[in-house]
Ligand binder design. Structure first.
Ligand code: ADP
Ligand code: MG
Length: 715
């Protein structure tokens, strides 16, 4: 007797679906779906663990059942007929000796009807509903009562369309005995309280009904401990291996020269470096002085002054006649860097006959060709740009240092492409990755284990704390008043609208409407600095504007002629206008925490007291969602980037926090870094020992866990 719950059945062609060729094509579709899930090798299938379990080991007496329970009942069919009202359905009555239950099927095969004929003994599993007319089950899974009751809980796997549970269950049953599950953890080093791997998998796929479901759900069971330990170990091994592989490569040693560019730039700066900047500068300089390629992540809150640290590192390379590249994720950000770096470096480079080059996608062909020539000849000591920097036509003469700003916005492939720009010399460039989104410690230990990390944990002096207020958007008028006051004092204001990804048009309407409303509200207002007292300009910046127009608007705002800049999130990173002292974020509830933090960092850069207004709109229910509320509260309570990152991780969990692209390491499927910190520690200690003393075991272990994801592990 077929399981009726096995596959969704279309009412229209009940007779055809049993044909052989259909079965064959369903099987091949299932195979394709398996491949899509990465379930290719026996070991991959064995490691596809259940999301939850169903207990089919027991039969419940109807007299003992409660409404709403999902139960298994067993009894004799006393009636079976097709009814037509309110729609066509098969109605079966089952009597288990204590009570009766009606089973209803809206889609059914004739074969099912036969199997549920009067007099048959049947076991049905489904959710029990009560009701005026007695017990009912809708579309229960049925089988003959003659089949043995299973002795283990039934696993339920995560799956995709075209891949039914029974197919997956059979696949797991078939794969488990063949999967390579031999011990790879050296004797004496097993994590405490963990079972052997084969027993663990056997158990997790088919746990005995006496197990405490809670230990399976919270994954504290020794079988789960083993799986999590295995996974963390694979991650540590692969990252340590890639670090060691890199250590075997060569990079040019860049040593600071007496009276060199580094010294001269420092002397020319209008400010003193903070202690934190000095410290990370030394960490970077030490790396660069070695012949091993640097891979360092420079973390520092918004406004902490990462750019100058990068520029000083570039000086070390340029002094030795090497080239440097700096890549930023957006054109606006790249251009800000370009301006700043030109200001700092061009006066020092010009006497040496060297230049700073500029590369972006929107560039005119002629200018671009000029830049390409400068880069190829080596005359461009520093190249600043967007993704255009890693395009094929860009040929560096001698690239020694690559800096990636907002590194989490780039994928692994792009980092690799930048590294490859040095291919001809047989050496590797040093890599400096910068991020304003600090990564909490356990995450860094896990996902960034192959990187060295430097932190700028101090802001330059003179920054004023930013007062943050969360207000409902019904108080928009008060906010506009606030803007008037700021402009009256000669200050500038950002007004940020959310980017609505599903609908660029809607996004535009939103920003455009706000722009118009503000223009009207502030019309004729004078008071922005400048002797002529021009009326206030309200500008608009959004993602679909031509680059030239964006630049013109930015120039007005940066130059102080524009009072209010209404924009979508294009200003999110890197824009630096110290005179701006108020940031209004509309629909703040739609932004992520780190995004809000980055946006807020655009103000508080000058001497004036600054404020950030987080304006929220309540949804249909008139209330803010739980996580949105948590985000806004965090913003109001703290300004510390690390604290914000910690809360962000708490709210979102690591998968979303990192995004699949942020790190070179594959996302953990089983381990949870907040709960499994001690297993992570265990893995960190074992990994170097294994690579040294048991390289063959280490290799087998990594292959077991990561072979099908190897492409992630190289950047
Ligand atoms: P971020 O780390 O967010 O990229 P930036 O490098 O853009 O920060 O620096 C923010 C601003 O602070 C810039 O205008 C920069 O010139 C300035 N700055 C950097 N370091 C210092 C310092 N030690 N003292 C004063 N101002 C500084
Ligand atoms: Mg920056």
């Amino acid at each position: 007797m077929p399981k009726t719950g096995a596959a969704p059945v279309k009412e229209k062609s009940p007779s055809k679906a049993t044909g052989r060729s259909d079965a064959a094509s369903a099987a091949s579709a299932a195979q394709k779906a398996m491949a899509k899930l990465g379930l290719v090798r026996d070991i991959d299938i064995a490691l596809h663990l259940p999301m939850r379990y169903e207990d089919e080991t027991r039969v419940t007496r109807l007299a003992d059942a409660r409404e709403g329970d999902t139960v298994q009942i067993e009894g004799e069919v006393t009636a079976c007929e097709v009814a037509y009202r309110p729609r066509r359905q098969l109605v079966v009555t089952l009597n288990d000796g204590t009570d009766v239950c009606v089973l209803r099927f809206f889609n059914f095969y004739p074969s099912q009807q036969k199997a549920l004929a009067v007099g048959m003994h049947v076991r049905a599993r489904g959710e029990l509903r009560g009701g005026f007319l007695g017990w009912q089950m809708l579309h229960p899974t049925c089988k003959s009562a003659a089949t043995d009751l299973p002795t283990a809980l039934t696993p339920v796997y995560s799956t995709v369309a075209g891949l039914p549970q029974p197919y997956l269950r059979r696949a797991v049953l078939g794969a488990l005995p063949h999967a390579a599950l031999d011990e790879t953890i050296p004797a004496g080093h097993l994590p405490p309280k963990a079972w052997p791997l084969r027993e663990s998998l056997q158990f997790l796929h088919h746990p005995t009904p006496d197990v405490s479901l809670a230990t399976l759900e919270d994954r504290s069971h020794p079988a789960w401990q083993r799986l999590k330990a295995e996974e963390l170990l694979a991650q540590q091994l692969s990252q340590l291996q890639s670090r060691r592989d890199r250590d075997a490569l060569r990079a040019p040693a860049l040593v600071a020269k007496r009276d060199g560019l580094h010294e001269r730039l420092l002397a020319a700066l209008p400010f003193m470096l903070t202690n934190a900047q000095r410290r990370v500068g030394e960490e970077i300089a030490n790396d660069l002085a070695r012949t091993v390629p640097m891979h360092r992540l420079l973390q520092g809150d918004v406004g902490s002054g990462k750019t100058i640290v990068a520029a000083l590192a570039a000086c070390l390379a340029i002094d030795e006649d090497w080239q440097c590249a700096l890549m930023a994720p957006t054109e606006i950000l790249a251009e800000q860097h370009f301006r700043k770096l030109i200001g700092w470096l061009e006066p020092l480079l010009a006497p040496l006959g060297k230049r700073v080059a500029w590369l972006t996608g929107s560039q005119k062909k002629k200018e671009r060709n000029e830049m390409l020539a400068l880069i190829a000849s080596g005359e461009a000591a520093l190249v600043v740009g967007t993704h255009a920097v890693i395009q094929e036509q860009v040929q560096f003469q001698r690239l020694a240092l690559a800096v990636i700003d907002e590194q989490h916005r780039f994928g692994v492939a792009q980092r690799l492409a930048l590294r490859a720009k040095m291919a001809s010399s047989g050496q590797e460039p040093h890599m400096l990755m910068m991020s304003a989104t600090p990564i909490p410690r356990t995450l860094a230990m896990s996902y960034y284990a192959d990187l060295d990390v430097s932190n700028i944990d101090e802001l330059p002096p003179g920054r004023t704390p930013i007062v943050t207020r969360v207000v409902a958007d019904s108080r928009r008028d008060e906010v506009v008043e606030r803007i008037r006051a700021q402009i009256g004092q000669g200050r500038q204001v950002y007004w940020v609208c959310p980017l609505i990804e599903e609908s660029e048009a809607l996004d535009l309407t939103n920003a455009t409407a706000t722009h118009e409303a503000l223009s009207a509200a502030l019309h004729g207002l004078r008071g922005l600095r400048g002797p002529s007292g021009e009326p206030v300009l309200v500008g608009l910046l959004h993602s679909r504007m031509p680059v030239a127009e964006k630049k013109a608007v930015m120039a007005l705002f940066t130059g102080g002629q524009m009072g209010v800049l209404v924009s979508t999130t294009v200003i999110e990173v890197g824009v630096d206008v110290p005179n701006a002292s108020l940031m209004v974020i509309e629909h703040a509830e739609r932004f992520g925490l780190s995004q809000l933090h980055q946006l807020r960092g655009r103000v508080g850069r000058g001497a004036a007291a600054s404020a950030c207004v987080l304006m929220y709109a309540t949804g249909e229910g008139g209330r803010l969602g739980e996580t949105a509320r948590a985000r806004l509260r965090a913003m109001a309570e703290t300004q510390d980037g690390f604290e914000i990152a910690r809360r962000d991780l708490e709210i979102r969990g690591p998968g979303e926090f990192l995004g699949a692209r942020q790190s070179g390491a594959p996302l953990l499927r089983f381990a949870d870094l907040t709960e499994d910190a001690s297993l992570l520690q265990w893995a960190r200690e074992l990994a170097p020992l294994m690579l040294d003393a048991h390289p063959d075991l280490a290799q087998r272990h990594v292959a077991r866990w990561l072979a099908t994801r190897a492409e992630y592990l190289k950047a």
